[in-house]
Write a new protein. Sequence first.
Length: 437
Amino acid sequence: MWKDEYNKKLRSIEDAILSLPKKATIITGLASAEAQGLLGNLHEYKSHFENLKVVTCLNMKEYDFFMNEEYENVYNNHSWFLSPPTRKAKKLGLKTVDFVPNNLHMAGTDKLMSEKENGNIVIFWGTVTPMHEKTGYFNLGISNVYEMEVLEKADIVILEVNDKFIWTHGETQVHISQVDYIVENSWEIPELPIVEPSETEKIIAEYISELVDDGSTLQIGIGGIPNAVAKLLNHKKDLGIHTEMFTESMIDLFEAGVITNMKKTLWKGKFICTFALGTKRMYEWLDNNPGVWIMRGNYVNDPYVISKNENMVSINTAITVDLTGQVCSESIGPKQYSGTGGQLDTHRGAVMSKNGKGIIALRSTAKKGTISTIVPMLPQGSFVTVPRQDLDYVVTEYGIAHLRGKSFRERVKALINISHPEFREELAKEAKRLEYL
């Protein structure tokens, strides 16, 4: 029965692309769940489209449709979070890439509202597993940040079936009755190499590990510092995970008996996340693992949901922090580098949690020690990711500054104390000039 329905909806990638309206908004999956058949072939059909907006998040590959100026008047890649390919396009001065400011738990809702208000046709083209022939269900696999939310409200739904995609538990099942067209395309799930922490990052991680109590529920971000933190938690007990992104280090802590998820307030016994990005080993571990639930981003990243986890600890990184406590994690001056992502979501949720802690970690210097990352004022045009009134803990290799509830002068002094010693005198002088002290 379901196989017959499948065959009726099956199209070639070319036919599916040519079935799209000339003017529309097409939204695809996040990161390793992006539909490679769509994105990799779209440029070949330039003559079919007049204006196609392609919405992505954390692009994993360079695709011709946004890497070549000849497509500027046809395609526009709107991204919720810039990555190396989209940063490269912007650096080249191409107008094919545009950034969409967002808090990740609201990304899908806000984009749908915007497109519908403008009268645009919305298409969801997502990656899924092969269909379960007895039940007619596909699986979204490694990401449900906004995918299910968009799929349910899109005008047209196209699924790209990848026989190498993994089956996950949670809110990831899509029935064939929800689908307009199906295409088949086999490709390996893109991997994210493990980043080994530097010696400085290991010192920062030691300070952070002091803030993690037994029985805490963690959100751990990506990069050298979070990886270093995970390696220093082996002596902890009964940790839990409620996180935006599932990372490799969580497997190691689970297998070491450190993560049990049994002291969590919400979803006891389960890893809760909204997407996964890592190595082949991680994808194989996640495949059909009932201990990991991938749920909608508008639930997992909702600060009020996060706050229901007692002893919640959020660990994120930043580019720059000014002496008043404004955090910039996504731009270098006015140049967009990445995105807010879920940082503000998870930080706020942790701060609202009973006995919770929101931690922002960064190295005290950048550019080989030539500049301080703790500054009197953010560079002109910098985008504030975490407002000063939300900031809780800041950690560098020189210590911990707990800013929640601190006065203006108290937080200025605390941040100077964890800055690099070579810059403290200059920071204090600037703070006095600005009448901070």
